[in-house]
Design a protein around this ligand. Structure first.
Ligand code: UDP
Length: 233
């Protein structure tokens, strides 16, 4: 196997099949575009499991994803896709950068979800852009953007309902999409406490990477708790 790419939290390896790759989940954690670095014990094992449960749930609701199967504790076999260079963010409540940008208290509810796109450019800190930028910079076509927003809306509805059943508020999340060899847009990358804000419905306790970003402690326990609840599905 050849390593094709190494990111902050995952490594990507080629396989004998040119249409398939292996994604290896690491324990490394970063925040603030790499400014803060650390490890969260067993995060890779937990996020591999969490992503697989969520992707299988979404597939059962008709959402196409890149996941083929979980191979072992840290590895997933996935369809090889060309990643659309956008981070698609969905907000159901104000938190994080939105709270800072708009000076609105964290936890404020919104009349309707906000969908944002950021250009995946580490050297620029993933700037917030709009649809015009995405099309003008050739990051995605108009048709692809339409499909991406429609899928994001469906994913948000399915996941908000799923987390609610488990006593958790889906505050916000980031997703990524890929193009398959036949031009289909599918959900790619991961969905885990690294990429979502997840608050306990009763206590509003944070059960996600904000515990790492903000030095709140009990990080590992939060990730384990999320996996425990997902197993109740
Ligand atoms: N997010 C992510 N990767 C990023 C930036 C954000 O997974 O590079 C997720 C983050 O975990 C949160 C949501 O996207 O669930 C919105 O993040 P926000 O824009 O508030 O940025 P942050 O405050 O995390 O810098």
């Amino acid at each position: 196997m050849t390593m094709l790419y190494e990111g902050k939290a995952k490594q990507i390896f080629s396989t004998d099949n040119p249409n398939e790759i292996i994604i290896h989940y690491k324990d490394d954690a970063t925040a603030g575009n790499g400014a803060k670095k650390g490890t969260i014990v067993n995060k890779g094992v937990i996020n591999n499991k969490i992503t697989a449960i969520i992707y299988n749930y979404l597939e059962s609701k008709g959402v196409k994803t890149h996941l083929i199967e979980v191979l072992n504790d840290r590895d997933q076999l996935c369809r090889k896709v060309e990643i659309v260079p956008l981070e698609v963010i969905c907000r159901n409540m104000v938190a994080g950068s939105a709270s800072v940008r708009y000076k609105i208290e964290e936890g404020t509810t919104l009349n309707s979800p906000i969908y944002e796109i950021c250009w995946k450019r580490d050297d620029l800190g993933d700037p917030l852009i709009n649809d015009y930028h995405a099309i003008a910079f050739n990051l995605a076509t108009e048709d692809e953007l339409k499909k991406i927003y429609k899928m994001t809306d469906e994913i948000n509805r399915h996941l908000s309902e799923m987390w609610h059943k488990l006593g958790i508020i889906l505050v916000d999340f980031k997703i990524e999409f890929g193009r398959t060899s036949d031009g289909e847009i599918v959900l790619a990358d991961e969905i885990s406490p690294d990429t979502c804000r997840l608050w306990d419905e009763k206590s509003h306790e944070k059960l996600d990477k904000d515990r790492f970003r903000r030095d709140l402690g009990n990080i590992e326990d939060a990730y384990i708790e999320i996996l425990r609840r997902l197993k109740e599905l």
